[in-house]
Design a binder for this molecule. Structure first.
Ligand SMILES: C[S@@+](CC[C@H](N)C(=O)[O-])C[C@H]1O[C@@H](n2cnc3c(N)ncnc32)[C@H](O)[C@@H]1O
Length: 256
């Protein structure tokens, strides 16, 4: 029989009563490798608590963390909201570690193994994205490990799938993006809350209208710009976007 787990118990109590927990303390619950990479790869406790609160206020009941990693957001959100939270993760060792973390904390978390292709987005009324596809564009030494099948085509594929999810979602569906989602966000989605947390943008988006336009918002650095506007900047040779082949691929709806 396993003995008592005072660290997990203390963190659980603080999270369920929505009190702050330091990342240093929370990360002691993680295995060594994901703990070492925590600051760059996983949401901070503050980001996860704020995102979870915003999603709850927006009426979310079934939240999916897209690219859940070691499950830091999932466990924190499940305990903060007293609801089950789902994640999908392509790395099997991280999916397993996420399940173990949730079990240790007594958080109701379901981690799906696989990629976006294995997800039925219609099962969820809210999504969380902590810049999950950026690793495709990262230098080799910046990647979590060498097993990630990184490519620009992979990035475009993933953000196109998410765009289709967002277009198909019913009005009222919510999402939170942290440090960008990376892709095209249909104009039917509206930023309802925004904050700078730990130096990066945290945004609550809610779908408020019909998808009667192919245009979409694209994040370029800290700016949110319509693809149509970016297309005219590229066409005009504007130096801020000139030579940015990724933006050039994202401005056109559906083509990759
Ligand atoms: C920046 S981490 C974010 C982790 C977690 N959401 C959090 O906030 O703590 C991104 C994670 O997404 C996963 N990932 C990237 N692309 C994915 C895809 N297409 N399908 C499933 N998981 C993916 C990576 O393996 C990585 O664990």
């Amino acid at each position: 029989m396993e003995g008592p787990d005072p660290l997990a118990e203390e963190i659980r109590t603080r999270l369920t009563s929505r009190q702050p927990v330091s990342d240093e303390q929370f990360d002691q619950l993680l295995p060594v490798r994901p703990r070492i990479r925590s600051a760059s790869y996983w949401s901070s406790v503050e980001v996860a608590q704020t995102a979870s609160r915003w999603l709850t206020e927006a009426g979310a009941q079934r939240v999916l963390d897209v690219g859940s990693g070691v499950g830091k957001f999932c466990s924190i959100a499940a305990l903060s909201s007293s609801r089950r939270v789902w994640g999908v993760e392509l790395r099997p060792d991280l999916a397993l570690a996420a399940r173990q973390l949730a079990q240790r904390l007594g958080a109701e978390v379901v981690i799906l193994d696989g990629t976006l292709e294995s997800v039925d987005p219609g099962r969820f009324d809210a999504f969380y994205f902590f810049n999950p596809f950026a690793e495709h564009l990262a230098e080799v030494h910046e990647r979590y490990d060498e097993r990630f099948p990184a490519s620009v085509d992979g990035f475009i594929n993933d953000v196109r799938i998410v765009e289709r999810w967002l277009r198909a979602a019913p009005i009222g569906t919510a999402m939170v993006s942290y440090n960008g989602l990376g892709g095209r966000i249909p104009l039917s989605w509206v930023v309802e809350k925004s904050d700078l947390v730990n130096g990066d943008h945290l945004r609550l988006w809610v779908k408020r209208g019909l998808d009667d336009s192919n245009d979409a918002i694209i994040e370029v650095n800290e700016y949110l710009l319509p693809a149509s506007r970016l297309a005219s900047l590229i066409h005009g040779g504007d130096p801020r976007v000139k030579g940015n082949s990724l933006v050039a691929r994202l401005v056109s709806p559906g083509s990759s």
